[in-house]
Design a protein around this ligand. Structure first.
Ligand code: NIG
Ligand code: FE
Length: 412
């Protein structure tokens, strides 16, 4: 006997888009049914094809009341653990001061570093849980959370412990990422090479030893870390068998997409300035192009990511909120899906794929979450919409009527 069976639902089992009109395929099953047992999806199909009467198959039979069931949303790039906010800098940027200029004078990421260092672990946890609850309300069942606002070993460990604790307090899967190479901490001013050495020889081994990181990231940019420094960090991460990802080609083309691909990174993120050589290398290595339209919008970037090239070369495009206080204060994946359509011209099918199975692939969770199929985690979201294309139609604000985590509906 299954634990739960949903009937009277339409299913969007597996979203894809070709970028062409009519090229979306959501894997639709109308008048469907879906069953969960012991955290996994065990049956998916047309209700008429159920092997017996619903109440003989499951302990609990739930009517989806004609709603649409999708895989739970995956948010594969966030900086959810931070103190303070950057609304004053936002106001300055509106007056024409650039993000890079604010960073160069010690604001930007470093101002959040100060606030994060000052916050106690309990304070950070409370702030982070509040943000994670918003993601949950918005349909997220798996989230990646980076460090990178501590930049001392203790403060990075503090951030990563908070990130890990999220899944102990809330029904959500958490993938943690060590982003010690986010900015140069003030203690190392003028000694960037020494910081990279410290990161590789002391911080990363301690983080890995504590089992607090599921992957390693770096910010490869003129105002942050240079490609050769990133390579040193990737080499150290590889010694600890940690998967890689990279903030790449966000504000300039430093060949970050190519670098990420050469190292077999799971994803190269932002990638507005990625060249065709980078795109081709990413296709070769299977590196996901993680598009972050919230950051593009909030910093008023003009350079569009090379979406046509990603399609041409068959590079999977993922989507994430990139929730952070400096460039992307957003906690709505469906809002991000709308921005991806409006700003980047992705199709609705591409955006749902980007926030489900492609996002999962970027976390090394391909085949585990992100689709409605037997054997996958029973992480799902039930939406009161006319069809899956409506998810990216609203400018945020479309929230699931029920979110299901590991087969258990929220609130039950
Ligand atoms: O993903 N690009 C670097 N990191 C963040 C911004 C962090 C910040 O400004 O606090 C991003 O956009
Ligand atoms: Fe980021």
């Amino acid at each position: 006997m299954w634990e739960r069976l949903w009937i009277d639902v339409h299913l969007a089992t597996d979203a894809h888009g070709t970028g062409q009109p009519g090229g979306d395929d959501f894997g639709i099953v109308r008048n469907g049914a879906i069953a969960a047992n012991q955290g996994k999806i065990v049956w998916v199909g047309r209700q008429a094809d159920l092997p017996a009467a619903p109440e003989t198959l499951a302990s609990e039979v739930i009517s989806g009341q004609g709603g649409w069931m999708t895989a739970g949303l995956v948010d594969p790039h966030t900086h959810l653990v931070f103190g303070g906010d950057r609304s004053a800098e936002f106001a300055e940027r509106l007056q024409g001061v650039s993000y890079q200029d604010i960073a160069r004078r010690g604001g930007g990421i470093l101002s959040t570093v100060r606030a994060t260092r000052e916050a106690s672990e309990a304070e950070l946890l409370a702030l982070t849980l509040k943000r994670a609850r918003r993601l949950i309300t918005n349909g997220v069942t798996t989230v990646e959370i980076k460090s990178g606002y501590g930049l001392t070993l203790d403060d990075e460990l503090k951030q990563l412990r908070v990130a890990r604790a999220v899944s102990e307090h809330l029904p959500i899967r958490v993938h943690t990422t060590f982003l010690g190479a986010h900015a140069l901490p003030p203690e190392f001013a003028g000694r960037q090479g020494d910081y990279v050495t410290h990161l590789c020889e002391t911080m990363l081994p301690a983080v890995a030893d504590a089992g607090l990181a599921d992957s390693v990231d770096a910010f490869c940019e003129t105002i942050a870390f240079q490609p050769a420094e990133v390579e040193r960090i990737f080499e150290a991460a590889r010694r600890w068998n940690l998967p890689l990802r990279l903030h790449a080609d966000q504000m300039s083309d430093l060949g970050g997409g190519h670098l990420a691909a050469r190292w077999g990174a799971l994803s190269a993120d932002h990638v507005e300035y990625a060249s065709e050589a980078s795109v081709a290398a990413m296709a070769e290595s299977g590196t996901v192009a993680m598009l972050l339209p919230g950051a593009f919008y909030f910093v008023r970037e003009h350079q569009l990511p090379p979406v046509a090239l990603f399609r041409k070369h068959g590079v999977p495009m993922g989507l994430a909120t990139d929730c952070n206080p400096g460039t992307s204060p957003v906690l709505s994946p469906t809002g991000v899906m709308n921005m991806a359509c409006t700003l980047f011209r992705l199709t609705p099918g591409e955006t749902l794929a980007g926030h489900t199975h492609i996002a999962a692939r970027a976390l090394g969770l391909d085949g585990a979450v992100g689709r409605l199929a037997p054997g996958m985690a029973a992480d799902m979201a039930l939406w009161n919409v006319s069809g899956p294309h409506e998810l990216s139609y609203w400018i945020g604000g479309v929230v699931p009527v029920t979110r299901i985590f590991g087969g258990v509906p929220d609130g039950s």
